[in-house]
Design a protein. Sequence first.
Length: 393
Amino acid sequence: MGLSAAGVRVVERRWGLGGGRRPELGVGAVFRVGSIGCQVPSAPMETVPLPFEFGAGCLVTQALGDALGFIVEGYDPATCQAFVDKVLAAPNPANWTRGHFAFGQYSDDTQLARELGLSLVARGGWDPSDFAQRVGRLFGEDLIVGRGRATQAAAYRILDGVPWDQAGEPSPSAGNGAAMRAAPIGLFFADPAERLRVADEQARVTHLDPRSRAAAILVADVVALALHNNWQGGRKGLAWLASRVDAQDPLLARHLTVDMPGWLEADDPGAEIAAAGEAPAGSGHKFERWHGISPFATPSVLYALYAFLKTPLQPEEVLARSVAVGGDVDTVAAMAGAMAGARSGLSGLGPRLTRWAGHLNDQGQFGSTHLAGLGAALAGSPGVARSPQGPRS
């Protein structure tokens, strides 16, 4: 066993790509979210083995970003910056609350990512009907925390018996609800073609607009690249990402290749990124009324990517930057956190975030232990084992 600087123990053991040992995640427990049952691996954060700690880090850091941003979601940049300054000056944020929720409660961003991950593990791959049922039950049993308009509308259609491929909210609705939950796709699917297909299909369960679907593909791809330590960096890496989303959203692809390099050199490009894309007029989201980054898929996913690439090995800075920008900050920080966690793993969280992760929960359930176990299980999937470039050892 080794002890990292963050105080997180990881097993110093190597697995081959073909037939290597799977992570020893402990005795599985049947976890229940309302009426949804699933066998979930148990993996205390301090004992997740390498290389699977990077999958664990992905979901835990997503939940941390979500929980931090949830407290000030919808507030203007100045308020969010003041919140970040106060929180990061304190040893523990537990006194901060949102309504009756204490710090640590994560919102629909991580709830839906969790359900997508649980579906992949339970079904051994992508089963759109199973995932759609999980979405419907979260809403039908009133377990969702902070609901998006499009996802809620789709969930009610699913509950009414509409098939998954007909339930999604049509254009002009182009929110970020499909992108915010896409990280498990990047953990589970190593093959780029399969990953793109599944990221797009899971988006269509709730969002039919191609801009929402492109944003989901982008999140899944960045998480996969971060997990495998396969980011080529610079314009070459951005060009590859752009090629993946160009068919769905040429404007997002253009922002990646033309604008992102300049944004990464700027001190504060938040206002520019907030104006990215062509926000649909007349959408129920009323994107134009948001201060900071709105829930419109294009700017929110671009800012999450910017926040990650600016300091990819410093998760605390990634989360601080994502929350301070203002607006739909729980979703931005959730997406950026997933990217940063897949890159740095649990051992890269540092003492403060590791301590804060102990507060994570969903209404008293499914905290960091289960999130870490689920992330590790996703990263240990056969799709990763077959990859010619598996997770870092």
